[in-house]
Design a protein around this ligand. Structure first.
Ligand code: SF4
Length: 953
């Protein structure tokens, strides 16, 4: 069973042995050329010129004579066009860039697929206008008008970008394909090769097809397919969809080459393993087993359709496996150095945000960001002695300081005892503008590099991969510096961080290894044209194989179909070919899948596996398929996929609306309990079912008691109240309670049964309270109630945060009184009060633990009151429990048991800003809480599929 590339090499040698220099070989990727050269070297008997080798992208770039642009620079060009088109209405660069990336992806496809541009853009804007049309004649809102204008202007972006590039003999990739395809008759005349050999292709785009067909027609090309009868001769097998058509369209009488490898013996093992760690461990064991049985891993491929498993897989390869080669690139974004540099950028970016939000305050660093930095595994490497438990003690120090913001001087002072210069100055430069921060980060990389080189010298660490990370990030930072100098729009740290993240997602780190020997580790696309005796594939899950996600696009699905652009179906067909082709010459196949659901897959094996199980043995009984599960699969019906709401433009708009309306303490408590719950209940306002009440519920009872208290005490505001006053109130309580219930229920409905009992409970609560209020006063002592159900509000101005320039806060305080000269903020609760939960030990606890929600509410009330009455410099805040009034209101105590005074309230405000920064941060999505005990009383349990019945409390 000769491998495809070996067969191709022999064929080429037989036909072109003397004139190899006259041909050009075009392959789906560059790597295949390495193997052909290796095969040629083995069979060439004399010194000879080699053919020219190209990947299809390089071939097009070479033959079109155009320089292919950097997509990032294209995004800046599109942003410049955006500012020209939109003028004052232009979005910020951070808002526009994601759209620019969608545009580029669409423009690439439009050109690669030779779509009629005018027709498509006109159709698109008409389709959007139709969708926006209001049959009732209602005029379009400003938002709708802007939306439509954007779709109408897509054409301008397309032609604007193309015009700018063509003036410089440049093109984005799709543009180069279109230009070459449209000019193929002329341009191919001057090519130096006698023949162009296309080998190993499957799904050609229309532009590629046009190029190949023209060359075939003029006798300048030969095409070699890597096909198998198993999928090409079966008219419904999707893996052969494209090849069946090409066999007809390209006029091959007998396509070269269609083999029948699936007629050979094959052992296929399907293994369901719980979790990724299980897959990695099992794959490691399989490698050892292969090594023992076959003596080497020379023809073994370890295929990772999920790139995120690459680093953990490298750590799971047994030492005995010897040399291995990694072909797949790893996005720099998936390396630990990325998270360290990103953490440093977040520190400065958030400090910039904070100083914009709070004008006049000293620049300060957010404690959570500092914690992220000191907890990072690489951070400890900066300390003088890496064996010290640097992060542990620093983390303790930051946590115990109970501060939310640290001025630069303070944090530098703290760090000084742990890490030496120049690392500190590189982490906290004195002027943290974009260019300075980049220079400092480069300095930081130099410090790491020197440290790693020293560690390598003493033989204690290998650190080869880490040094490679440093090298790649140093280049990336240099590129960023050039961009900052070229594009004035990168003028904030936020923009810088966005570009840094984008670049880190695009750039890939290539691992070095022995390319042609030993175990080959690769992604799915890297397997093209290659063959192995043994294939071990991980993550063969539905949702990963084929991938569930398509790139974002402005073009709707039905339009894509209409214009022949690729859809997810196309994608599935392409992946089907990769899957079946890879298996066609392999004798031993191990398909591992994760039986537990995750963000990328729901714990099911890929549809390709099921199809193979069904069709394979029918085609050839020599295909033996075994299946085993290493644990029980997840219970049916239980979905364990995380729900994450990214803060895209529409979500930010909702947030903006909410900020304008005003955040109540309850909103913040919901956010602390679970950001997703906040999104569902406060932003999109998913309603709880509103059943008709037959019996009085706790909420109505609470409202009635509050109202009765407002009416009874409300007639005595600002007047002295003594023991006697409360005895008088008790006498009118009965009538007032009944009057209040009468607003909600007919008299008959509350005069018997359960409702009758509830009315009496409410009455008893009220009378008991008046008794206790009288008892709380000494003889002759007086108190003054100054307000009941007092609605207070305030606002905080912030700058430049996603069009949210002001955040309003609102709250209604049940009672404000004054006793012994002290102002008291009091909240009535019909439920119980746990005194310990009104005494948070730290600010962090108050702002992260929902058990302290009542304390947070009281602090908010105190803060709102202080904002409206700055003359009051100290006050008290507490809860009166109507169920058990006890010996007085239960008072709230800020951390360290300090009084609620101006200083404490300012500290509270700083922490509140920290929470707000998180809520409005577009990079922090609304995610589900990780603490499932918080879901117990949540109305969205069904949406989230949280089974909480077996929780113990
Ligand atoms: S059920 Fe749990 S995870 Fe879902 S919204 Fe409610 S609290 Fe959040």
């Amino acid at each position: 069973m000769p491998a495809f590339l070996e067969k191709l090499t022999k064929h080429i040698y037989t036909n072109w042995g003397d004139r190899l220099g006259d041909i050009c070989i075009v392959l789906p990727n560059r790597r295949a050329a390495l193997f052909i050269k290796d095969h040629l070297a083995k069979i060439l008997k004399k010194t000879s010129f080699l053919p020219e080798f190209y990947s299809i992208e390089d071939f097009v770039a070479h033959c079109s004579g155009l320089t292919i642009t950097d997509p990032l620079r294209d995004q800046f060009t599109l942003y410049a066009l955006h500012r020209d088109i939109e003028g004052d209405q232009a979005r910020s660069i951070e808002e526009f860039f994601p759209y620019a990336s969608w545009m580029l992806s669409d423009f690439n496809e439009i050109d690669m697929y030779l779509v009629g541009r005018e027709q498509l853009f006109n159709y698109l804007s008409d389709a959007k206008a139709m969708a926006m049309w209001n049959p009732d004649g209602r005029p379009l809102s400003d938002f709708e008008k802007r939306y439509l204008r954007f779709f109408r202007s897509l054409k301008q972006y397309y032609y604007g970008l193309n015009e700018m590039l063509s003036g410089k003999d440049m093109a984005y990739q799709g543009g180069a394909f279109r230009q070459l395809a449209e000019d193929i008759e002329n341009s191919s005349e001057a090519w130096p090769w006698e023949k162009v050999i296309f080998a190993g292709f499957n799904a050609l785009t229309p532009s590629e097809e046009k190029i190949v067909k023209h060359l075939l027609k003029t006798g300048r090309a030969e095409v070699y397919w890597d096909a198998d009868k198993y999928y090409t001769d079966n008219p419904v097998q999707e893996a052969g969809t494209f090849l069946r058509r090409y066999f007809k369209d390209f006029g091959d009488t007998e396509p070269l080459w269609k083999e029948d490898n699936y007629a050979q013996q094959k052992e296929v093992h399907i293994i369901g393993v719980p979790k990724n760690t299980g897959q990695l461990k099992y794959a490691g064991e399989l490698l050892l087993k292969q090594l023992k049985e076959k003596g080497s891993l020379d023809s073994t491929a370890l295929v990772l359709p999920d790139e995120s498993l690459l680093l953990p897989m490298l750590n799971s390869i047994p030492e005995e496996a010897g040399k291995f080669n990694v072909t797949m690139g790893l996005a720099l974004k998936n390396t630990p150095l990325f998270s360290l540099l990103d953490a440093v950028l977040s520190i400065h970016h958030n400090a910039e945000r904070f100083s914009q939000m709070r004008e006049g305050r000293q620049r300060a660093y957010y404690s959570k960001d500092l914690l992220d930095l000191v907890k990072h595994p690489w951070f400890g490497m900066l300390s003088a002695d890496i064996s010290e438990k640097t992060h542990g003690s620093l983390e303790d120090m930051i946590r115990k300081s109970n501060r939310i913001f640290f001025p630069a001087t303070d944090i530098v002072e703290i760090l000084k005892t742990y890490i030496p210069e120049p690392a500190i100055s590189n982490l906290f430069p004195s002027d943290p503008g974009p260019l300075n921060v980049l220079a400092s980060l480069s300095g930081l990389l130099t410090t790491f590099r020197q440290k790693f080189i020293d560690l390598r010298k003493d033989g204690s660490h290998d650190l080869g991969v880490e040094l490679e990370y440093l090298f790649r990030f140093s280049n990336l930072l240099q590129r960023l510096q050039e961009l900052v100098q070229t594009y004035k729009s990168i003028d904030t740290l936020r923009t810088l961080q966005m570009i840094f993240r984008q670049l880190s997602g695009q750039e890939r780190i290539a691992f070095r290894g022995e390319p042609l020997q030993g175990l080959q580790i690769m992604g799915m696309l890297e397997t093209r044209t290659l063959d192995f005796d043994t294939v071990i594939m991980l993550s063969a899950n539905e949702g990963i194989l084929p991938a569930a996600k398509m790139p974002n696009s402005f073009i709707p699905y039905d339009m894509k179909q209409e214009f022949g652009l690729p859809t997810y179906r196309h994608n599935n067909t392409v992946f089907a070919y990769h899957f079946y082709r890879l298996l066609q010459r392999a004798g031993d196949v191990y398909l591992l899948y994760n039986t537990e659901g995750g963000p990328l897959g729901g714990g099911e094996k890929s549809r390709f596996i099921t199809q193979l199980q069904h069709e394979g043995p029918k085609y050839n009984p020599g295909i033996h398929i075994t299946e085993k599960l290493l644990s029980m699969p997840p219970q049916p019906g239980i979905r364990d996929t995380a729900i994450v709401i990214n803060k895209d433009e529409s979500v930010l708009r909702l947030l903006q609306k909410e900020a304008k309306k005003g955040f109540h303490p309850s909103s913040l408590n919901i956010y602390i309990n679970c950001p997703l719950q906040f999104y569902l209940s406060r932003l999109i306002r998913v309603e709880e079912s509103d059943d008709i009440e037959e019996t009085i519920d706790a909420r109505t009872m609470g409202i009635v008691i509050h109202e009765a208290l407002r009416v009874i005490i409300g007639g005595h505001l600002h007047r002295p109240l003594d023991k006697g006053s409360f005895q008088q109130f008790k006498k009118i309580a009965d009538a007032e309670i009944k009057r209040q219930f009468g607003k909600y229920y007919h008299e008959d409905d509350i005069s018997y049964g359960k409702n009758y009992l509830i009315v009496n409970v409410a009455l008893n609560m009220l009378k008991q309270l008046f008794d206790r209020e009288a008892a709380w006063l000494d003889d002759g002592e007086e108190l003054f109630v100054t307000a009941l159900e007092e609605g207070l509000s305030t606002s905080v101005q912030i700058k430049g945060e996603n069009n949210i320039s002001q955040i309003n806060f609102k709250g209604t305080i049940d009672r404000i009184d004054s006793k012994a000269g002290k102002v008291r903020i009091l909240d009535y609760k019909t439920g119980g009060v746990v005194a310990a939960k009104l005494k948070p030990e730290t600010w962090e606890v108050l702002f992260t633990d929902p058990e302290y929600s009542q304390a947070l509410q009281l602090m908010m009330y105190a803060w709102l009151f202080h904002k409206n009455h700055t003359e009051v410099s100290e006050l008290e805040a507490g809860i009166i429990s109507l169920r058990a009034p006890g010996r007085g209101p239960v008072m709230m105590h800020p951390p360290d048991r300090r009084p609620v005074d101006t200083e404490v309230l300012e500290e509270f405000e700083d922490h509140l800003m920290g929470l707000l920064m998180e809520i409005v941060d577009p990079d922090i999505p609304f995610a589900q809480t990780e603490d499932e005990s918080r879901c117990k009383y949540c109305s969205f349990k069904t949406i989230c599929n949280k089974t909480v019945s077996n929780f113990s409390y």
